[in-house]
Design a binder for this molecule. Structure first.
Ligand SMILES: Cc1ncc(COP(=O)(O)O)c(C=O)c1O
Length: 384
């Protein structure tokens, strides 16, 4: 065999180095950036409504704290200890019950590394949050799902599917991509059927948007030994780019998670931003008000076009189109008008689209773009 040219890699025939469960994974596809859409379509105004980010930016206090932390960049971070102490005080738990990491996905990845053995199984809903899907599947264990019931987690069906191999049950509440929640009563019923050897991940990335709903089960009120709560600064706190999240659990779980966590995550600036963001109640309030307005506006607007919308308790709505082709066409047509939304084929819902709430102007631009598709269609249909 001729030697490959200097500097070029050879051909890997049977890829024996790559396990089949990695080979078959589809890499995570990030949403389009504002700049790439602007360049492609020559547009000046882009509404980025694809990744459930905070359209107001980050809390000014967080930015200030992050900037102030930069003078210490030559020192290694302290593994999130400052944030863990702040959260422990705020939630009246021990520091040993708290973990901080590079986003809640960073902590999810640690959970998967720390607790799953080869013969264990993971159980969740169909079309669960894609980040979790990718992480769990990359571990090569059996990944089992239960269909949605009217776009909600079907907790009774999930409870019925728990078997002797089930190790992790993943529940996102509110759920991404549907925006739906399960209630306290539903969770209490479910919990009765979960053996103590099964770990429940309660992913509360959108907790702040739902916490004032009296039916919402804030998992910090439970503190069960086999439940780990995950939260993030990526959503309402507007710090997705900083990568900072946290979790609460029994100290034995946290102690073992800390063994596999990369010791210097989260970064020092991310931690400083997170701590300051927690204290900026005014920013939180403003973000909640804008989101509530946006949810109403988008829900009513889409419904007025005859598009079904799942009632959302988060910062996005999901709409269901008649077919995969129509969802793909809507996505492309919106994109060409500068409105970037999230097609949900990769989640496993090819005829659905998720739209994050934006600024009032983003939301208006979005609905104008949808109207152009559907009102134009109605006109064509009549003319035809
Ligand atoms: C349900 C859910 N969990 C976790 C995350 C990821 O959060 P983070 O940025 O903290 O990793 C997201 C982000 O979209 C999400 O929707």
């Amino acid at each position: 065999m001729p030697a490959p040219a200097r500097g070029a890699y050879g051909k890997m025939e049977a890829v024996p180095l790559v396990p089949p469960y990695i080979e078959s994974l589809r890499p995570y596809e990030a949403g389009r950036t504002i700049e790439s859409v602007r360049r492609q379509y020559g547009l000046t105004r882009i509404a980025k409504l694809a990744s459930n980010e905070n359209p107001l930016g980050a809390s000014p206090k967080a930015i200030e704290a992050m900037a102030a932390s930069l003078h210490g960049l030559n020192y290694y971070p302290n593994g999130g200890l400052d944030l863990r102490e702040v959260l422990a005080r705020e939630y009246e738990v021990k520091v040993e019950n708290v973990i901080a990491g590079s986003g809640s996905e960073g902590i999810m990845s640690n959970i998967i590394r720390a607790f799953l053995c080869d013969e264990d199984e993971v159980l969740t809903t169909e079309a669960a949050f894609i980040g979790f899907q990718v992480l769990a599947k990359s571990r090569g264990v059996k990944y089992r799902t239960v269909p949605y019931a009217d776009w909600h987690y079907d907790l009774p069906a999930l409870a019925a599917q728990i078997n002797e191999h089930t190790k992790i049950v993943y529940l996102a509440n509110p759920n991404n991509p549907t925006g739906a929640i399960f209630t306290k009563q539903q969770f209490d019923q479910f919990y009765k059927h979960v053996p103590e050897r099964v770990l429940i991940i309660l992913d509360e990335a959108y907790f702040e948007y739902a916490k004032d709903n009296p039916r919402y089960p804030d998992s910090m009120h439970y503190r069960y030994d086999n439940v780990i709560t995950l939260r993030t600064f990526s959503k309402i706190y507007g710090l997705a780019g900083a990568r900072i999240g946290y979790g609460f659990a029994h100290e034995e779980l946290i102690r073992n998670l800390l063994k596999v966590k990369l010791p210097f995550e989260p970064s020092t600036p991310a931690q400083a931003a997170g701590i300051a963001a927690l204290g900026d109640k005014e920013f939180l309030h403003r973000s909640l008000e804008l989101n509530a307005r946006g949810l109403r506006f988008l829900t009513e607007g889409l419904q007025s076009l005859g598009l079904p919308v799942v009632p959302s308790q988060a910062n996005f709505v999901m709409t269901v189109l008649p077919s995969e082709q129509e969802a793909a066409r809507a996505f492309e047509t919106l994109l060409a008008q500068g409105v970037v939304v999230r097609p949900l084929k990769a989640f496993g819902l090819p005829n659905c689209i998720r739209i994050s709430t934006g600024t009032d102007e983003d939301n208006r631009l979005c609905m104008e773009a949808w109207r152009k598709i559907y009102v134009a269609d109605a006109g064509t249909a009549k003319a035809g």
